[in-house]
Design a protein around this ligand. Structure first.
Ligand SMILES: Nc1ncnc2c1ncn2[C@@H]1O[C@H](COP(=O)(O)OP(=O)(O)O)[C@@H](O)[C@H]1O
Ligand SMILES: [Mg+2]
Length: 697
């Protein structure tokens, strides 16, 4: 009680000490007090306000201490995330364990686990749990990738294949089943320090992956519906019969992975279901068209097209392809892959295989025949270069061609020359459209080759289109025929046209269109995915008229964008917390408020902000401490916000409200609605009501 009396005195309200004591109000109860309670004690409005204020501060300080201290703070640092989980299990492990000598069994399990670990590592997943012969793997944590679902499936297929090689005594083969499910989970050190089970997952997803695994045929991979959506058309899938599960309320749809779909570009596979009408980009298309005309006449051109993921680089390249479809030309498309950034000449090899028309079941001899036929289109000396290309394509050819007779270094050099000659040979017959997509993922050899090709095309009828993301800096010389193009977001008119064409059959309410425009910030990928999500959830004009309240649910982040957005934030694991606190303040936030709430020193803060800005997640005006920052994309801010646990969000909202009142009274005074909003989000309804009414006044 004395503590309370002291606290009141400090507020200059010592006269109420008696009343508080008589009503048994101690320091524990203080945070529970509402405005009504205080009113019943006969305290006038002004004083009530002062007290409630101080209570908020007290409480925030207390939770701040909690946060800094024990294990519950770690729980607060856990995250909400969309994860793709893979569960893999050995078929007939019980039978195996009775049949095998324990020592042999141990060896077999170890080989199996090592095999899994190697594969999982390759796709940047983490093994979260080993349960006997069951292995649970996370994709998307601690680092999200745009293609976590694809990674999970590739890992599943690789594990199934690798285990096929594992022989146990008795000569029998071991097989696994793999189940993959995607969903929202909570991850983090849920069990506190010293626990074996780090990063535990809470949620039905892990359970589901296990159930799906049980449904898989030995040696196959089965995925759930959200995973299938994320996969797009990368794999061929076959639906399994509805899966009635004992302990899950609804039957679960599941698909088994048949094979990888064959295509030469990621853009094609991701967009196999038709394209929206091409909109906007007039200056860019005009420029590209002009350059193509120049190139066709023998003045080769190189266009370097940069822009963030989903801004429309591939679509622009596709536009040119369509545009010139009727003109005689040769198109060579090269697609780099995030999984193959270290494998030499990967995009070149893929292109050659595609151009030659290899089939998976072709014999080596058949492939060599096809390769020679392809080379004959561009080279007079087919037999001279054939062994180089055969080696590049990993086709054993010792009995077909004489040995090369020189060392590896010389072989690489000759290969470069041969590849350049091949381009030149093709260009002599027909103009060439040479495309390299996503060269931020190109291996060093390919980069070198692209540089040499860029130089060589100056006097050839070749237009080279090279696309990449902003974080990539082209290492090639600046030359007159090389032009850089940076794609900006679409303007509102074009963005609206995209929404209209996507929702052609149904009319979207104007507010919904506005919401999509505001959230997508002109990024075509965001526009598409948000519009599709709205259409799927049935937020059409007609549907709205049927709802009595006329209210529409708020737009949430579609499943298909979750990973893309998280991947952008995860690149900055160590400064992510700053981004999160900023996201909580709002799309725009003043430097000084962030500084006060984050409670770190200025150097750390400045460094974090500089990194986020360099990655184009933030932009700013003004000079700290009076600078103003802004999230480049509303969706990135939202993703950062959504990834925090609700309890942590509430806590930080409270801290922001408190900081505004105590450190920025002028702001709190002129913008009471700001304080009110944070109090509302903090779940402090009574205090919020007061501030809202102040704002009303
Ligand atoms: N100008 C445009 N008009 C219509 N749709 C577009 C346009 N630009 C991009 N899109 C669509 O937006 C999505 C993302 O574009 P994409 O070219 O794949 O981006 P990037 O290659 O830069 O990652 C694709 O579905 C694409 O069809
Ligand atoms: Mg692309």
């Amino acid at each position: 009680m004395r503590q309370v009396a002291d606290w009141l005195r400090a507020l200059g309200l010592g006269q109420y000490g008696q009343a508080f004591a008589e009503n048994g109000i101690d320091i524990e109860v203080l945070p529970e007090l509402t405005d009504r309670d205080l009113e019943q004690l006969g305290i006038p409005l002004g004083h009530r306000r002062k007290m409630l204020h101080a209570i908020t501060a007290l409480d925030a300080a207390a939770s701040g201490r909690r946060e800094a201290g024990d294990a519950s703070a770690e729980a607060d640092m856990a995250e909400r995330r969309q994860l793709t989980l893979l569960f893999c299990d050995i078929v007939g492990s019980t039978a195996l364990s009775t049949r095998l000598d324990p020592e042999d069994l141990r060896l077999a399990y170890r080989a199996y686990r090592d095999g899994c670990a190697r594969v999982v590592d390759r796709y940047d997943g983490i093994i979260a749990q080993l349960l006997g012969d069951g292995v649970l793997v996370y994709f998307g944590y601690p680092r999200a990738h745009e293609d976590d679902a694809e990674r999970a499936v590739r890992a599943g297929l690789d594990i199934a294949a690798a285990i096929g090689w594992l022989k146990v005594p008795g000569g029998r083969q071991v097989q696994v089943r793999v189940g993959i499910a995607t969903g929202l989970v909570v991850v983090g050190d849920l069990t506190g320090p010293g626990s074996v089970q780090k990063q535990a997952v809470v949620g039905a997803t892990a359970h589901l992956a296990d159930r799906l695994q049980a449904r898989a045929k030995p040696g196959t991979v089965v995925v759930d519906a959200p995973t299938r959506r994320l996969l797009g058309e990368v794999f061929q899938l076959r639906a399994l019969d509805d899966m009635a599960s004992k302990d899950l309320a609804e039957p679960i749809e599941a698909w088994t992975v048949v094979s990888e779909a064959a295509s030469e570009s990621r853009f094609d596979t991701a967009r196999a279901h038709g394209l929206t009408n091409f909109v906007g980009r007039e200056p860019e298309t005009r420029l590209i068209e002009e350059r193509w005309q120049l190139a066709r006449r023998g003045e080769g051109q190189v266009l370097l097209i940069s822009g963030e993921a989903g801004i429309g680089k591939s679509r622009l390249a596709a536009w040119l392809s369509e545009r010139i479809a009727a003109q005689p030309h040769t198109r060579l498309r090269h697609q780099c892959s995030p999984h193959q950034a270290m494998s030499a000449y990967y995009p070149i090899i893929q292109q050659l295989k595609h151009a030659a028309g290899f089939h998976a079941d072709d014999s080596v001899a058949a492939k060599l025949d096809k390769m020679e036929a392809m080379l004959a289109l561009s080279a007079a000396n087919v037999m001279e270069v054939a062994p180089l290309f055969a080696a590049l394509l990993s086709l054993p050819s010792e009995d077909r061609y004489p040995p090369l007779g020189f060392g590896a270094a010389e072989r690489w050099r000759q290969l470069l020359v041969a590849l350049l000659d091949q381009l030149e040979g093709l260009a002599r017959k027909n103009p060439v459209l040479l495309v390299f997509e996503d060269v931020q993922w190109a291996d060093a050899n390919s980069l070198e080759l692209i540089g040499l090709m860029s130089k060589r095309v100056a006097r050839l009828p070749v237009l080279a289109l090279i696309t990449y993301r902003p974080e990539f800096e082209p290492p090639w010389d600046e030359l007159r025929h090389i032009i850089r193009l940076t794609l900006a977001p679409l303007d509102r008119v074009s963005a609206r046209a995209m929404i209209d064409s996507l929702s052609a059959d149904v009319r979207l309410p104007d507010e919904v269109t506005e919401q999509i425009l505001a959230k997508a910030d002109g990024v075509p990928l965001f526009i598409e995915e948000l519009t599709k999500a709205v259409l799927e959830s049935g937020q059409t004009d007609a549907a709205r008229r049927e709802r009595l309240d006329g209210e529409l649910p708020p737009l949430t982040i579609p499943v298909t964008l979750q990973n893309t957005l998280m991947a952008r934030l995860d690149r900055f694991a160590h400064v992510k917390e700053i981004a999160e606190i900023a996201a909580l303040i709002g799309r725009e936030f003043p430097y000084d408020l962030l500084h006060a709430v984050a409670g770190c020193d200025r150097e750390t803060l400045d460094d974090a902000l500089a990194q986020l800005e360099a990655a184009q997640l933030l932009s700013h005006t003004g000079v700290p401490p009076h600078a103003h920052y802004r999230f480049q994309h509303a969706l990135v801010q939202e993703a950062a916000y959504e990834s925090m646990l609700k309890v942590r969000r509430q806590l930080l909202h409270r801290r922001i409200a408190d900081t505004l009142c105590t450190r920025f009274p002028a702001v709190a005074d002129t913008e009471p609605e700001l304080v009110a909003r944070h109090l509302t989000e903090a779940g402090l309804t009574d205090a919020a009501t007061e501030w809202w009414s102040k704002a009303g006044r």
